[in-house]
Design a protein around this ligand. Structure first.
Ligand SMILES: [Fe+2]
Ligand SMILES: [Fe+2]
Length: 306
């Protein structure tokens, strides 16, 4: 872990989310997770605005300081995020409606707003920096979708969508909600998004590139830690309520592990053997697994260190 990242995740606003992945105490299974009401109030305190970010230096960096081969790699990395944010924003509605308590539903409403803001962030970044051919949101989503690998589609458009579709017609199916939260909050946000964010932000900080993007992406990462903290609390409560739910969490993690692993492997590595500039696949995998392990300890589904 680079020094820059250590400083970032130790910032009081990141620590305020109480995401177990950011705390060494979680290795011992200790965590002081926020209540749903506290998570809501934290959301109110952690607002930010996409339209206030200045991308003028980013535009110079992208066109004049970043080499074409590197631009291509960066575009691949960003594409998964942009399309991923659009997918999770679209899928969260039925999950919110299926949540059993009002406090949970209120928090998930705030998360829908966050995911919409994350899509808007990428859209404005592409627009201001002048990265893609397309001039509107739908066109940019279609253009970036071409960079994704098949596992991305499997994870979002099959595994997540199937569960969300079921919740849309059977909102009382708590076991499917538990599976959907395991997939959404633990795998997609907790393992994939936060891992990619960690490596992309650290790389830009080390290179001194894309300051506007880094500023906004740090806010996105802080939001994701808050979302994952909700997921950890929800899954801990459900696992304690009935062992059937704990089994559903572990089953979902097992099913999605090989697919999630494939999402972390960029197409240019698989097809052309080019190692990612942001970090090797082994490094990203190790980072994602460490975060999952800490969260599972706090949820009560992995043995804690003494
Ligand atoms: Fe997001
Ligand atoms: Fe999120």
């Amino acid at each position: 872990m680079s020094d820059a990242t250590g400083e970032r995740t130790e910032r009081s606003d990141f620590q305020a989310t109480r995401d177990p992945a950011l705390s060494e105490a979680a290795d011992r299974g200790e965590a002081n997770l926020l209540s749903y009401g506290e998570l809501y109030r934290l959301w109110e305190r952690q607002q930010w605005s996409v339209q206030d970010i200045d991308f003028s230096q980013d535009r110079v960096d992208w066109h004049e300081r970043i080499a074409p081969a590197e631009r291509r790699q960066r575009l691949y990395g960003l594409s998964s995020f942009f399309v991923g944010e659009q997918r999770v924003a679209a899928e969260l509605g039925p999950m919110m409606r299926a949540a059993p308590d009002e406090e949970m539903r209120i928090f998930l409403c705030t998360q829908i707003a966050d995911e919409a803001r994350h899509v808007a962030f990428f859209n404005r970044f592409y627009d201001e920096v002048g990265i893609l051919e397309s001039g509107d949101l739908d066109g940019r989503l279609a253009e970036t979708s071409e960079h994704l690998n098949p596992e991305f589609g499997e994870l979002f458009d099959e595994m997540l969508s199937q569960r969300v579709d079921r919740l849309a017609s059977e909102p009382e199916d708590l076991e499917t909600l538990v599976e959907a939260v395991a997939l959404y909050h633990m795998v997609i946000e907790g393992m994939l998004a936060l891992t990619g964010q960690h490596f992309i932000i650290s790389f830009n900080e080390e290179m001194g590139t894309l300051p506007g993007f880094v500023e906004g992406f740090q806010n996105v990462a802080r939001d994701e830690h808050r979302h994952v903290a909700f997921g950890a609390r929800f899954l801990r409560e459900m696992a304690a309520r009935d062992s059937r739910y704990g089994e559903a969490i572990m089953r979902t993690l097992g099913e999605s592990a090989p697919v999630a692993d494939g999402v972390l492997e960029p197409r240019f590595l698989r097809e052309e053997g080019i190692e990612p500039i942001f970090g090797t696949v082994d490094e990203t995998r190790a980072f994602a697994m460490k975060a999952l392990e800490r969260r599972l300890k706090v949820i009560g589904l992995a043995p804690a260190a003494a």
